[in-house]
Structures are given as structure tokens and as C-alpha cells.
Ligand binder design. Sequence first.
Ligand code: SF4
Ligand code: SF4
Length: 343
Amino acid sequence: MRYTMLGKTDFNVSSLGFGAMNLPGVPFEQARDALNFALDQGINYIDTAAGYRNSEEIIGASISHRRDEFFLATKTNKRDYAAAKEEINRSLERLQTEQVDLLQIHYVNYVHEFKAVMAEGGAYEAALEAQREGKVKYIGITGHRPELLAKWISKGQFDQVLFHLNLAQPFALNELIPEATGQNMMKIAMKPLSGGFIQPVETAIRYPYSQDVHVIISGMTSRQEVQENMAAMEQEVGDGERVELEQLADELGEHNCRRCNYCSCPLEIRIPDVMISSKIREKFGLLPKGEEFYQMQKDQFLSCADYEPCKDKPLCEQKCPYHLPMRKVIMESVSYLTRSVSK
Ligand code: SF4
Ligand code: SF4
């Protein structure tokens, strides 16, 4: 595992960050053990959010007594000043700390949301106030639209940016990472497994590890997962391996889905997961996580073909800023499922 200076801070950060989003789903003892084990192993970046159920409380109860050993990042998804201020104070209480190292404005995907955040009376004002009061050290932003994030950070108002970077979503490399590098911002990559679809874990992690980012946040819930993630970063990525990984990312990232979630489906088809897993399916066949997902959504996929309101023009495709052919990809998934049943 590599250590680098984190942007303009004087913090020497581990390349693996502990993503705490899934901790509320496991027994508390296990969560506490995973967090303490990660710190013992030298992981020193912990990522959570006010919106991750009781993840902040678990962190507070498990490792607040070791507060000087890690960089603590949380998020607010509130857009106005008053709500964000309240949430920041609640986060500090739940995390049992007087200061978080980083507060991120969470999941900003639309231009109107960004405008609301930055306007007078917006959440950014609450973040600046918390910074003046010493409750927050740095301010960052997260989102699923890399090209918009690249524009939004260009005015120098943020210290950090958090984005997807994985073999199926290499899009941050185009404009976002160069812009953040130019400003010496903290560059934090998330979802190396793209929701569990990319495996094996080692290959998945080594792709963002080969790129110009400070930290790769991976969701972990046990000692075993901490060890597995760390093992993938045992050795640096050589030139030959980097080229192979980039070729794989060219193939798997071809579907172009950013997971922006603009395309909600009335049948509750998880469109971004279909788009992302389709290329993986073509290349490797379905991995266990993908197989489970396809079986779970099978009935919805079948209904999509005859869904009356989408007959002339798919509702989802009208909302996609990248004009992606979602229904075609879903129909290919139906053919795949039909073929696998008839085998
Ligand atoms: S075309 Fe299919 S996936 Fe798209 S909105 Fe309609 S039912 Fe949902
Ligand atoms: S299919 Fe399009 S609208 Fe839907 S999540 Fe992907 S990029 Fe966004």
C-alpha cells in the first residue's frame, strides 16, 4: 500500500481508504473489529456520510478514541444553508469528534442542484462557516457526472473531489482528474468494483491503483475484506500491466453509463447496473453478483419489452444525457437470460 501527501494538506495518506457505507448492514462487533483492524494495518482514510444510515455512529462508537490516527471524511446531501448546518453538527455528534477533516457536498449531479448549493443561503455557506468555526478542515464535492464536476471545481472553491473510477467507468480520466491535478486537489476514487460487478477484486482494485489518484475508497465490512483489498495493493503496477488494464477499461467502459441515475424506470429496472454489467457479461460471462442481479430483475426485464408507455419512445432514454440505448441493452439481457435457460 502506497502513502502520498494528500493534495495541499500535510497528511500522508494510505492509498486504500475505508468506505464505511456498508457497515450498518453487519453486526456492530464485526464493524468495530473491521475498522480497528484497518487502522492497525495502516489504513488512515475513513469515508462516511450523514446519509449512510448509522455509519457515522458506528465510526464514533468504534474508533473515536483513535481520532488522531486517521483522516475523517463525511458528507452532507443537504442543499440549503440551514439544513446543511444542522446536518454538519449532527455528524460531529454522531462521529464523537470536534472536527472532521473533510466535509463533502454529497452527490451533486444536476446543474440546478449545484447552483442551489453555491447560491446565497446554500449548503456551501454552511460548509464555509463550519470551516471558520474549526468544525471542518477542508471542503469537497462528490457526484456521478465527471464532466460537470470538472467544470464545477474549476473555480477553485473545493479542496477535494470524489468520483467513480473503475474498469467499467474510466470517465474521470478525461477532464476531471487533469483539472483536479492542476489545482493539486485531493483526488479520491470510489467504487473500484462498480457495485460488485467487477471481479476479481484484485484486478478491479489495481486499475484505479494504476492511475493518478490519492485514495481508492473500497466498501469494507470485515477483516477478510480489508486483507483482500490490501493484498491488491501490495505491489506497484508496472508499465505492462498498466497497458493491459487500460485496454480492459476501454472495452468495459464502452457502455458509457455514468450512473447518474437520471433514468428512473417505472418498472424499477436498475438501468445503470444493466448498462455496466452488460459489457462485463459479454467479456467474462456473469460473475456471481451479476448472476444474482439478473435473476432478481428477470421479470422486470421481460416486462420492459411490452411496457405500453415505452412502446414508441422509451421513457428512460429520453432522460439520458448521453443518449444511450438502454432498451436495446435490456433486450439483449433478455436474450441472454432466455439462452441460459434453454441450455
Ligand atoms: S424502456 Fe424499459 S427500462 Fe426503459 S423506462 Fe421503459 S420499461 Fe423501464
Ligand atoms: S443510462 Fe444514462 S441516464 Fe441512466 S444512469 Fe446511465 S448515464 Fe445516467
